[in-house]
Design a binder for this molecule. Structure first.
Ligand code: HEC
Length: 326
């Protein structure tokens, strides 16, 4: 199995002291005893890497890489130099399958949202981890939230990780704990049955069109309904899915609007529509921040800021519907 880290050592300059530390860790790991002291615990199976054209890259479990969407050919070239054979995107945007192909790699597109990993996607990810040639690069947009969650599930499926190690990995990768559904996907992971895995074809798509605007709006409305209920209690009550903080519901709402714009879900409706989406995204961002503040430092001032942000988000829904839907 290719040790990606040592391959990149040729490309990236790592400071000597860091290498020395790794060597010591390596000696400790291979079991050569330190004079009478307890064995240090083995190093975690993930480590950061610096690669051109890619952000937040980690080598994980010897066979996987986690990171951002490749920026231009530079990112694809860096992956190809490492011997990467398969790229899996869990982001909503259409993968640049032609660029991957140009560098001799295959793109697989298994997108999901910020609210968690649906069961069917988890089975597909495990099957992909089992069946597709590695090294495998897994990415979302920035390489911090959805991608690391997918990597966690894959490592639980094929690398013997338990939920505690998956959690440690996601925290290191920078997955914000507000994305409770992503953490839950790793925490509640159950190995798919042989029959479930056998039912998944390895003929994975290189582009899976994401939901229509109407489907996105249905999800937007679920979070909005939660927030309307929370508003009646001064944003104190937890909302749906059970146990969700109002601030986290606002974050999910914001991510849906943001992704709708980024992936061009409403692009056919024209530039004014895109502007309306951006404005709604901004209003929801402010609502998220206001609710986060209110959660940390409750008070009348914070509550009225949150109410204002709620009202301007509400206006952004209504004005877009007036112009483009009703
Ligand atoms: C930038 C424009 C825009 C914004 C902002 C927007 N919507 Fe929509 N919404 C639409 C359009 C367009 C449709 C119709 C989609 C279709 O049927 O293809 C729609 C449909 C809906 C639907 C009907 C879904 C169904 O069952 O077909 C609901 C509910 C909804 N939006 C809720 C909301 C809420 C709540 C917000 C604010 C938090 C919001 N929308 C913000 C444009 C917008």
């Amino acid at each position: 199995m290719i040790d990606l880290y040592f391959q990149t050592r040729l490309i990236t300059r790592v400071s000597r002291s860091f290498l020395a530390l790794l060597l010591i860790a390596g000696v400790a790991f291979t079991g050569i005893p330190f004079s009478g002291t307890a064995q240090p615990s083995p190093p975690p199976p993930f480590r950061p890497m610096q690669l051109p054209g890619l952000d937040n890259v980690y080598s994980v479990a010897g066979r996987f890489l986690s990171g951002s969407v490749p920026h231009t050919d530079e990112g694809f070239a860096a992956l190809a130099r490492l011997g990467v054979k398969t790229i899996i995107s869990v982001d909503g945007a259409t993968p640049d399958a032609a660029a991957a192909e140009k560098f001799g790699m295959r793109y697989v597109h298994l997108p999901f949202g910020y609210d968690g990993i649906p069961g069917t996607n988890a089975v597909q990810l495990v099957k992909a981890a089992q069946a597709l040639p590695g090294p495998v690069y897994i990415h979302c947009h920035h390489g911090m939230h959805r991608g690391p969650a997918a990597v966690a599930v894959m490592c639980e499926g094929v690398a013997g990780w338990d939920a505690a190690l998956a959690d440690r990995w996601m925290r290191l990768a920078g997955t914000a704990t507000n994305y409770t559904g992503l953490y839950r996907a790793a925490a509640d992971f159950k190995m798919p049955s042989a029959a479930q895995l056998a039912a998944v074809s390895t003929n994975f798509p290189s582009h899976t069109p994401i939901n229509s605007l109407a489907a996105i709006m249905v999800k937007v409305d679920e979070h909005w309904t939660s927030l309307k209920a929370a508003r009646k209690t001064g944003f104190k009550a937890l909302v749906n899915p059970p146990g969700t903080l109002p601030a986290d519901a606002a974050l999910q709402l914001q991510e849906l609007l943001h992704e709708a714009h980024r992936t061009g879900a409403g692009a056919a409706r024209g530039a004014r529509f895109e502007t309306a989406l951006i404005q709604a995204d901004q209003a929801a961002t402010e609502l998220h921040h206001a609710l986060d503040q209110l959660g940390h430092t409750p008070g009348a001032g914070q509550e009225s800021t949150a109410r204002e942000a709620f009202d301007s988000t509400s206006k952004s829904c209504a004005s877009c519907h007036r112009d483009f839907r009703d």
